[in-house]
Design a binder for this molecule. Sequence first.
Ligand code: HXC
Ligand code: NAP
Length: 292
Amino acid sequence: MKYTEPMLRDFALQGKTIIVTGGGSGLGKTMSRYFLQLGAKVVITSRNFEKLKKAAEDLSQETGGQVLPLTCDVRHYDQVKQMLEQAVKQFGTVNGLVNNAAGNFISPTERLSANAFDTIIDIVLKGSKNTTLALGKYWIKEQIKPTTILNIVTTYAWTGSAFVVPSATAKAGVLAMTRSLAVEWAKYGIRSNAIAPGPFPTKGAWDRLLPGDLKEKFDPAKKIPLKRVGEHQELANLAAYLMSDYSAYINGEVITIDGGEWLYGAGEFNQLDKIPPEMWDRLEQMIKNRKK
Ligand code: HXC
Ligand code: NAP
């Protein structure tokens, strides 16, 4: 058994229809593929229809599942409502939402225009709000239950991070929304959870966060206690579990999947892992000698 293998039992998502925003690339595409393999119907959405159409063809060929590509810029509530209407028309009902679409790039904050900052907030925070509000209203009105919202955030949603300040600000808001609605909407059978991934290589993220030779200079694997980046299937396993009824009692949780990365940055003495054993011998002697 390996962590790169699919984990859930066959048909674990049978009967579910799940909207995955940003489902045409990167982690969204990986999650969509696994949801389809587990029997869900999947709606993939983003701004670029050509990309979505190609992704939908790939996914249905690979899995034999039903996947519907729909253009929708999550920044616009009217587009989200239209997308939902089309999804319901095609599949009859929708009972899952994965807020995965995002925008991000590294930049010193003082270099950002007001529009650059807004662009990220609009995609990540306002976009997640738009889809969540549209789906929540629909589920409550139509009394559809159980239903599930899964928000893909990051570990810097709670630590913050320099040089990606709009993204950190927006993801923190999404995490607050996750926890707030987990309580408020539980009575309607709506669960809200989040996943906080560490580095999982995707073209979208790597081109914007580690451009050029930054990937070598700041190799993310080096600052992860497990000394590797994430494998897409292990994130898909976690997402499928949280979208399935197996996780029916998990509500309002954010699950970190980062090989220990954020805690490594947080622990006061964690950097001492760079000290070689011979030096520990000397240090131990120095400390013990203090008694004399
Ligand atoms: C400074 C920049 C910039 C940069 C864009 N802008 N890139 N400013 N440095 N590198 C400014 C523009 O000049 C413009 O401001 C404003 O931002 C909007 O840019 P547009 O290109 O017009 O926006 P748009 O076409 O909507 O594209 C949005 C985008 C783009 C976010 C800029 O990168 C995109 O489409 N991203 C989607 C996918 C993505 O980002 N994936 C990565 C997610 S990774 P002005 O003032 O000039 O108009 C992730 C991982 C987190 O979230 C955790 C990792 C561990
Ligand atoms: P990605 O492939 O660039 O995914 C982002 C997706 O969002 C794209 O499919 C993009 O499609 C879509 N999108 C962007 N703006 C949109 C908008 N306005 N409306 C609708 N869709 C929009 O990057 P990724 O790495 O897979 O990221 C997926 C998620 O994981 C994000 O939430 C990200 O923050 C999170 N995450 C990733 C990592 C990582 O290491 N990869 C780590 C932590 C968290 P279009 O361009 O076609 O619109």
